[in-house]
Design a protein around this ligand. Structure first.
Ligand SMILES: Cc1cc2nc3c(=O)[nH]c(=O)nc-3n(C[C@H](O)[C@H](O)[C@H](O)COP(=O)(O)OP(=O)(O)OC[C@H]3O[C@@H](n4cnc5c(N)ncnc54)[C@H](O)[C@@H]3O)c2cc1C
Length: 478
């Protein structure tokens, strides 16, 4: 759908629309406008401030949180100072190989190269200039990562990451306009963005004019009609992300004639505890846990990754499974604040025998005993997985379902994060990154390598800021 001469193109089932208004005049004018105050928007805003560029951030919530706050806050990066200090032999090229390995070579090559090269300088910069102190998780490897490269703040939560970025932005004095839901994208008829109108809680609208716009408002996981359209297999699944993932960027992009890419890709998760509605770290599986359905049977190779596990779990009777593990895994899980909280809330059940575990699961004890007896440590099992050992009592079990966390398809962008039109040419002054743009997971749920979400958000925000600053140096103000 292209914006026509009539002047307006409204997307069905959304308040987001594009209006052609060449004489747009806004009470507030800035060089760069950023829609969305998650990891992507906040990283970009910080970098722009460091580069001396005026920027304003629009955020629909009263208190910015986004999917970033819901995440575990783990960001993969190769070659940071902290990783080097630990003596970990890693490189952007090796990281890129791991991303392509998970996506079977289908992830956009230019973006993979750009993000894997940018993420270490981005994290180093956030540390040296804004005081975010990174640690590298060395306890275990997520499926598909060949090196320890997950970076986290000491609190190990997405909330801590979001709050640290927000605090840095406040210290840098960049304005974040909260309770401002961007609804109208204003353009000049030649696809040049002039600004945005945002809806305020009292129903009024406020216009902000800009010379360059960054869409950092994530994807469409919280928009059921779009989920049905692009990833129908997850239409009935629980959405574990932020409600602000309502497809604003997608609606605007489509209305402008932008190209979409990798629309079938997303981050699923096969370990969403029910009814508690919290994430159970996949480390439980990586370290030797298994998933068992309510009939007492395993059903897949858990070492393949949590994203595709979502599909396996929702295909089980009742759409549920039990994550089952033993004492060594339970001990390791104590290092994950999310797990500790979930355990305190009663999500983790303990069983001192196979019979007691069968009671918890509600399955036949003989079937369960056969399941737990069905593999030889170190040998490929019926699903091709090599489990390190047999599970021994006491057992621990968590009831889980498969959830949609965020979409990985979106607006097609080049390696500088500029939004591309249908012919592959960049639109005049529109950038997108993080969940608003296509990611680096190919075009299927199984292509998601752990950390691709925050990688795209932080590296994408960092690249976009540099590119917009360069654009502003050479473009003439209207
Ligand atoms: C439970 C869970 C765990 C996860 N764990 C990890 C992990 O450990 N590592 C990892 O890499 N990824 C993880 N992810 C994915 C990761 O959270 C996202 O990929 C990442 O946070 C995206 O950042 P973002 O800045 O693009 O979007 P967000 O953080 O969602 O920020 C977008 C912001 O835009 C705002 N917004 C949206 N529309 C508008 C509008 N129209 N006007 C104004 N504001 C608007 C929203 O309110 C929001 O604040 C996880 C996701 C979930 C749900």
């Amino acid at each position: 759908m292209t914006v026509g001469a009539a002047g307006a193109a409204a997307a069905p089932d959304s308040t987001a629309r594009v209006v052609v208004e060449p004489a747009f005049e806004a009470p507030v004018q800035t060089d760069v406008l950023i829609v969305g105050a998650g990891a992507c928007g906040l990283t970009a805003a910080l970098l722009l401030a460091d580069l001396g560029v005026d920027a304003v951030v629009l955020e629909r919530d009263a208190q910015p949180s986004g999917s970033t706050s819901l995440s575990s806050g783990f960001i993969p990066a190769a070659g940071t100072r902290v990783q080097q200090a630990l003596g970990i032999d890693d490189s952007p090229e090796r990281f890129a190989e791991d991303i392509q390995g998970k996506a079977h070579g289908t992830a956009a090559p230019a973006l993979v190269a750009a993000y894997t090269q940018a993420i270490a300088p981005a994290l180093d910069h956030l540390e040296s200039r804004h005081g975010l102190r990174w640690e590298v998780l060395t306890g275990f490897l997520y499926p598909g990562h060949s090196r320890h490269r997950m970076h986290t703040l000491s609190a190990r939560t997405g909330v801590a990451l979001e709050q640290a970025l927000e605090a840095a932005l406040a210290a840098a004095g960049v304005p974040v306009l909260t309770e401002a839901q961007a609804t109208e994208l204003v353009v000049d008829g030649e696809q040049r963005v002039l600004g945005v109108r945002a809806r305020r809680p009292d129903g009024s609208t406020e216009g902000v004019g800009c010379r360059a716009l960054l869409l950092a408002c994530n994807g469409y996981g919280g928009a059921p009609a779009l989920v049905r359209r692009f990833i129908p297999e997850m239409a009935e699944a629980t959405f574990g992300g932020h409600t602000g993932n309502d497809g604003t960027a997608l609606h605007w992009g489509e209305a402008l004639g932008a190209r979409l890419a990798d629309m079938r890709a997303y981050q699923g998760h096969g370990s969403w505890a029910v009814p508690h509605g919290v994430l159970m770290t996949w480390a439980l599986m990586v370290e030797g846990g298994v998933q068992i359905n309510r009939e007492g049977r395993r059903f897949h190779d858990e070492s393949q990754g949590y994203s595709e596990a979502a599909l396996h779990v929702v295909a089980q009777p009742g759409g549920i499974a039990w994550a089952v593990f033993d004492t060594p895994v339970h001990a390791l899980a104590q290092g994950f604040p999310d797990f500790v909280e979930a355990e305190a809330a009663g999500a983790v059940r303990r069983a001192d025998s196979v019979a007691a575990l069968a009671q918890v699961i509600g399955c036949d004890a003989d079937v369960l005993a056969a399941t737990l007896d069905a593999w030889t440590p170190g040998e490929p099992d019926a699903f091709g997985r090599r489990l390190p050992r047999r599970l021994a009592a006491p057992f621990f079990a968590v009831k889980v379902t498969g959830a949609l966390f965020h979409t990985q398809g979106g607006l097609d962008i080049d390696a500088r994060t500029r939004v591309l039109d249908a012919g592959g040419a960049p639109l005049p002054n529109l950038w997108a990154a993080g969940g608003a743009a296509r990611g680096v997971s190919g075009n299927h749920v199984s292509g998601y390598l752990s950390g691709n979400g925050l990688l795209s958000a932080v590296a994408g925000g960092y690249i976009a800021a540099h590119d917009m600053a360069a654009f502003l140096r050479t473009s003439t103000p209207a």
